[in-house]
Design a protein around this ligand. Structure first.
Ligand SMILES: [Zn+2]
Ligand SMILES: [Zn+2]
Length: 279
């Protein structure tokens, strides 16, 4: 089973960012929910232990690999902040105030990421993504360090034999593995600054899922599960809202960055879940 984000053109986002990036077409990313493939458990070294993540982990280590041509954005965004700071701050935000606040290590430059050979895959199933991850990484299997693995790929998510050109990112359920489909991000045709926001928001959303949101491994403090969209949040201003990735996240992101220096895209309900969770 996977959780996927897709993009879909809408008009509401354009209005939001007209002041910031005039004449840029913005694609709103939306979450299409599961893509129906059950990767199951038994992912070997790639199984994610959520209780350990929230109890014994002293370090969260994000590993990134990319195909040539599918490189992640690693430049700076507003105010000269490295774009990957967004993911780092959002992971930190989930643990803020907990008894153990793990250190978070996120690569900021391509030199800190790994280039892998061209894969020449038109479409990717969950098992193909896991096979690639297994070929690239040997998980540490420590209780004190929890690793997450992000693959930036050419090609599309396989959905019943067809490539889905709308899905930006997927997380493989039960594992710390996330894939981002770079062609889908590029196809939205926006400026690189906007694409960097979209890319980071996608990562934050997928990390939210693998870290247990919403009601996806850790219990809810308040009822904010969207009954129609499993694992998603009812708060429209939260990155885990199924439809709200584009508009609200970018708006919040820009506002918070300029006003409060906070890049955290999760709403209070989701933050309460992870910050209160007792494994
Ligand atoms: Zn989702
Ligand atoms: Zn939320």
């Amino acid at each position: 089973m996977m959780d996927a984000w897709s993009r879909k053109g809408t008009t509401c986002l354009r209005g939001m960012l007209v002041f910031l990036l005039p004449a840029v077409f913005l694609a709103l990313v939306t979450c299409s929910g599961e893509s129906g493939e059950d990767s199951g458990t038994g992912q070997g070294g790639f199984a994610l232990d959520i209780p350990a993540l929230y109890s014994t982990a002293g370090l969260i280590l994000v590993q990134v690999a990319y195909e040539p041509g599918a490189e992640p954005f690693t430049g700076t965004i507003l105010n000269g902040t490295p774009s990957w700071t967004v993911l780092e701050d959002n992971i930190r935000g989930l643990f803020q105030g907990r008894l153990v606040e793990p250190d978070v290590s996120v690569p900021m430059s391509l030199a800190e990421m790994e280039q892998i050979p061209v894969q020449s895959e038109e479409t990717w199933t969950a098992s193909e993504i896991m096979d690639l991850a297994s070929g690239v990484w040997e998980p540490l299997q420590l209780t004190t360090t929890v690793e997450f693995f992000v693959l930036f790929l050419e090609g599309y998510l396989d959905e019943e034999g067809e490539g889905n050109s709308q899905v930006i990112g997927v997380s493989i359920v039960g594992t710390p593995v996330i894939a981002v489909f770079k062609d889908v991000i590029r196809a939205s045709g926006s400026s690189s600054t906007v694409l960097a926001f979209v890319e980071q928001a996608t990562l934050v959303h997928e990390f939210g899922h693998v870290m247990g949101l919403v009601d996806n491994g850790i219990p809810m403090v308040s009822d904010h599960l969207d009954a129609d969209h499993p694992r998603h949040c009812t708060n429209e201003d939260c990155v885990m809202y199924w439809l709200n990735e584009g508009a609200a996240d970018l708006r919040l992101f820009v506002q918070q960055m300029l006003v409060t220096d906070s890049l955290v895209m999760f709403g209070d309900e989701c933050l309460n879940d992870t910050r209160s969770y007792l494994p």
